[in-house]
Structure formats: C-alpha cells, structure tokens
Design a protein around this ligand. Structure first.
Ligand code: PXP
Length: 241
C-alpha cells in the first residue's frame, strides 16, 4: 500500500504572508498525522520563505511518522539537515525566483557534487536519501550511481499535461522510469501536482511506488473543508478505499 506523506510548506506560506505566528505548520502536521498521514514533508529553503529553522526543530520533536526533509545542496541547509536527522532527506533543485520546485535535479550534470554530499547524509545517521528526478531512465541510473537509495519521481509534467492523451503518455514515462528504478533496487517515491482527480490514472499506471508527497491539493482543499477531512479524503484516494 502506498504511504501518504503530507507537505505542510503551504501552511507556513500562509502564516508568513501576514508575518504571524499562525497557522502553525507544527500544529498542522499533528492534525495531518491524526487524520492518518503516514508522514510529514517540509522544504527548508535557503530564503526561508515558508518553513523556518524553528519549525524544523519542533517538527523533528513532534512528528511521529516518517519525516522527510527536502533540501538543496546549500551547505548551511545540509548542516541543518544532518543535525535534524530526519528519516528521509530528499535533494531537490532550488532557484530563488521560482514559485515552487521546477523540474527534477540534473543528476548527470551534478554527479561529482552529489557523490560527495550523499555519504555525508548517511554518515549523519539519515537512513534514506532520495533524489527528485524527472522520469528519465538516465537520471534514474545516475541517481543509483551517486549513491542514493531512493528517487522521488517528479510528477509535475503528468499533473500539468494539457490533454488526457498527454497525461497518459506522461504516466507511461513515469512507469518506465519506475520500472528502471525498481530493477536497480531503488525505493520509489513520487510527487508534485498530484491531486484528488489525477491520482487514479497515476496509481493504475505507475508500478512500485512506495510513497507519495502531496501538499498543495490537500492544503487548498483544507481551506474549504478542514485539514482533517482533506487528509482523510486524500488517504482514501491514495490507498484505494
Ligand atoms: N515533492 C517535491 C520534491 C516538491 O518540491 C513538492 C512541492 O513542494 C512536492 C512534492 C509536493 O507538491 P504539491 O504541493 O504540488 O503537492
């Protein structure tokens, strides 16, 4: 059964929009877990535009399930990740001018840097290191080569496909990348743009997925129906009951 990890960055975005202390992403994480989320995801960005260092400390102390720390290769953030010891570190590309993460890591181009960095994360006691990659078999192979034990498949192109045929084609690309990763012994995660409507085709088409990371769709639905119901509904979609 696929694990559902909820990304709570957008709770922090809302808090910071008014430079307030609420809504608190730490509080939100506890509500998500109470509603059945298998874990919590956050991205500590270099510019701290949503999650802050204080949030990271409290999330580490309070999250009961799997804690996924998303980060770039920025040395200061890598230090914080090592000290935090999450259950999973997911390396993503990061550009200050982007609204959200755009595209997967270019693992092929960044091989030397990643090969040096990934052992530091394991040595710090982090058991699982994932690279966020586009569904491209060459990138998947490079992820294995630089020492990651997991990948997160970027589902953005799938989610944004303009027609159903395009979406089906993107699902097939994701499936081929997942088959390759599975054959290489990598654990497979997926995320970006997954929602209540597009999850069905993804689930039917893409094999071997162990967990998904979903943020915006759940937080947006929560504004209308509450976080507890939004997480429970997504749990039903992901787990199929
Ligand atoms: N996975 C990664 C690597 C991401 O950067 C994001 C966005 O923060 C997500 C998953 C979740 O995407 P969404 O908010 O569209 O569900």
């Amino acid at each position: 059964m696929i694990d559902l990890l909820i990304n709570i960055d957008h709770i922090a975005t809302l808090r910071n929009a008014r430079r307030e202390t609420f809504p608190d992403p730490v509080h939100a994480a506890a509500l998500c877990e109470a509603a059945g989320a298998d874990g919590i995801v956050f991205h500590l960005r270099e510019d701290r535009r949503h999650i802050t260092d204080r949030d990271v400390r409290l999330l580490r102390e309070t999250v009961q399930g799997k804690l996924d720390f998303e980060l770039s290769t920025n040395p200061e953030v890598v230090e914080i990740c090592c000290a935090t010891q999450p259950d999973l570190a997911t390396l993503v590309p990061e550009r200050r001018e982007e609204v959200t993460t755009e595209g997967g890591l270019d693992v092929l181009a960044e091989r030397p840097r990643l090969r040096a960095l990934i052992p530091r994360l394991y040595d710090a006691g982090i058991p699982e290191v994932a690279l966020f990659v586009d569904p491209n078999p060459d990138q998947v192979e490079a992820a294995r080569e630089v020492g990651a034990n997991a990948i997160e498949l970027h589902t953005g192109d799938y989610a944004n496909a303009p027609t159903f045929e395009d979406r089906r084609a993107e699902a097939e690309r994701l499936a081929a990348a997942a088959e390759r990763a599975h054959a290489l012994g990598l654990r497979i995660h997926a995320g970006h743009g997954l929602n209540y409507n597009n999850f069905g085709l993804f689930k039917r088409t893409v094999p071997h997925v162990a967990e998904v990371s979903i943020g915006f769709a759940v937080v947006a639905r929560a504004v209308l129906v509450g976080l507890d119901r939004a997480v429970r509904e997504m749990r039903r979609v992901v787990k199929g009951y």
